[in-house]
Design a protein around this ligand. Structure first.
Ligand code: PLP
Length: 238
């Protein structure tokens, strides 16, 4: 199967999940997670009319975004403050804001560039030591601080749920994410437009859609398995 056929299959599963949940058609964006994958794969999807892609590494996002101006790249990986300068103005949205200091850096750089950067707060939904993000319990207070910053707009929440054998196990996390987004939205703060829930990956995106995801981030089901080695060997310039 080509990457385009894979994407269509994912989109079909998304629309079936939307139907099951009684949600409107086309209310979910499939973010094609192209990290470590070659520009030729992205070009194929661009030709098929797909626009939204997710990248984890700033250098890779930068190279691909500069080569493919018609694509919309989202930053979904952990972001270090010293890489913010290269990310702002290139990424259409930063999904992985996990500290006030990072938000402040994005704010500063956005003001400098004269842009408003759309951000999501990353939530450590499974409470895993190894993962980045706010705990559910601290997210409301953190949101209140973040939205005071100029040059950024809080658009919603993101989580990387635990890797599980049965995706049903992540349903309670997705449900809590939805509720937290409702709670933050109800504060009606400035600099917010809370309508994005970025959750669900290859193993669990249908459950996430049933629980209210508006963006699913799907890599493996579209592009196939990844290896770190492939990334190191690739040069993205053609
Ligand atoms: C790699 C990655 C994905 C995609 O994962 P798959 O399981 O391949 O669909 C989604 N979100 C983030 C943050 C990732 O790092």
């Amino acid at each position: 199967m080509s990457v385009t056929e894979n994407l269509r299959a994912v989109e079909k599963r998304v629309s079936e999940a939307l139907k099951r949940a009684g949600r409107p058609e086309n209310s979910v964006t499939v973010l094609a997670v192209s990290k470590t994958k070659p520009v030729s794969d992205i070009r194929e999807l661009l030709q098929a009319g797909h626009r939204d892609f997710g990248e984890n590494y700033v250098q890779e996002l930068k190279e691909k975004a500069d080569l493919l101006p018609e694509a919309r790249f989202h930053m979904i990986g952990h972001l270090q403050r010293n890489k913010v300068k290269q990310t702002v103005g290139r990424a259409v949205m930063i999904h992985s804001v996990d500290s006030l200091r990072l938000a402040e850096e994005i704010s500063k750089e956005s003001v400098k560039q004269g842009v408003v950067t759309d951000i999501l707060m990353e939530i450590n939904g499974g409470n895993e030591e190894s993962k980045f993000g706010y705990d559910f319990s601290e997210a409301l207070d953190a949101a209140a601080e973040i939205v005071r910053l100029p040059g950024i707009r809080l658009r919603g929440l993101m989580c990387v749920a635990p890797f599980v054998d049965d995706p049903e196990k992540n349903r309670p996390i997705f449900r809590k994410m939805y509720q937290l987004a409702v709670d933050i939205r109800s504060k009606n703060a400035d600099n917010t437009d809370m309508n994005v829930l970025s959750m669900g990956m290859t193993g669990d995106f249908e459950i996430a859609v049933e629980e209210g995801a508006t963006i699913v981030r799907v890599g493996t089901a579209i592009f196939g398995e990844r290896s770190r080695k492939a990334f190191q060997e690739l040069t993205f310039a053609e």
